[in-house]
Design a protein around this ligand. Structure first.
Ligand code: DC
Length: 217
């Protein structure tokens, strides 16, 4: 019998690097399952905010993540997660190691239970969640370029923001993500780095396909 190998692709990188849109487009093109792991942290963050829990109430946040971990398969409203307040809280709850542990099983099981292939994007997917993935991409860009993209996106949504404030927030988020995630936010020794600073989304896709192509059947 001709067994087709399941392919797992991990895409890690900092905020606004372009990893999310690349991951989604690749999964669509290859007809693979897709998991945006940042959304899991955002779902914890939204519950924390809804329950008026503060970022320093660690035990309560851990309980929220534990409860949510039982229900991660359920449908949720993604649009409620896509705002700065939730993003900021997500970056804080992601620093709590018990929260990370509570979300680990779901991510690992997702990658194990695919039939054709999967694309997972996040911060620690190639390092912690799927260290044996077939293809690991690390998508990055300079903090200035990422802040510019974020600023443009806010403007297009009619949200007033100064570029300098967006840049400062991005630097703060990088600092927080990398302090807690330390080694895990760095590219692993076996990943392919794509620096998107001077690339269009189509060029990023082409670069990714060039890396992935030889692995496809
Ligand atoms: O990718 P994002 O902006 O949706 O992620 C929100 C926050 O979640 C981000 O600040 C870092 C955290 N995160 C993480 O720690 N590990 C992941 N695998 C994904 C996201």
């Amino acid at each position: 019998m001709n067994e087709t190998k399941v392919i797992v692709i991990t895409i890690d990188g900092p905020a606004a690097s372009g990893k999310g849109s690349l991951a989604k487009k690749l999964a669509e093109m290859l007809d693979y399952d897709f998991l945006d792991t940042g959304a899991l942290y955002r779902r914890v963050a939204l519950k924390v905010i809804e329950n008026n829990v503060n970022a320093d109430e660690i035990d309560k946040i851990i309980t929220i993540s534990k409860d949510l971990s039982q229900n991660l398969h359920e449908k949720y409203d993604d649009s409620a997660l896509r705002n700065d307040k939730v993003g900021e809280m997500a970056s804080k709850v992601a620093q709590i190691s018990d929260v990370r542990t509570n979300l680990d099983d779901f991510q690992r099981n997702f990658a194990k239970n695919v039939t054709k292939g999967a694309v997972l994007d996040g911060r620690d997917i190639g390092t912690v969640i799927c260290p044996d993935a077939d293809i690991k991409l690390f998508v990055t860009a300079s903090v200035e370029k990422r802040a510019m993209r974020r600023h443009k996106e806010l403007q297009s949504r009619g949200i007033e923001a100064k570029y300098s404030s967006v840049l400062a927030e991005m630097q703060e988020r990088d600092e927080r993500d990398s302090t807690r995630l330390n080694e895990h936010l760095k590219p692993s020794h076996d990943c392919h780095v794509i620096d998107t600073s001077d690339m269009t989304p189509n060029q990023v896709m082409d670069a990714a396909l060039e890396i992935i192509g030889p692995f496809l059947h």
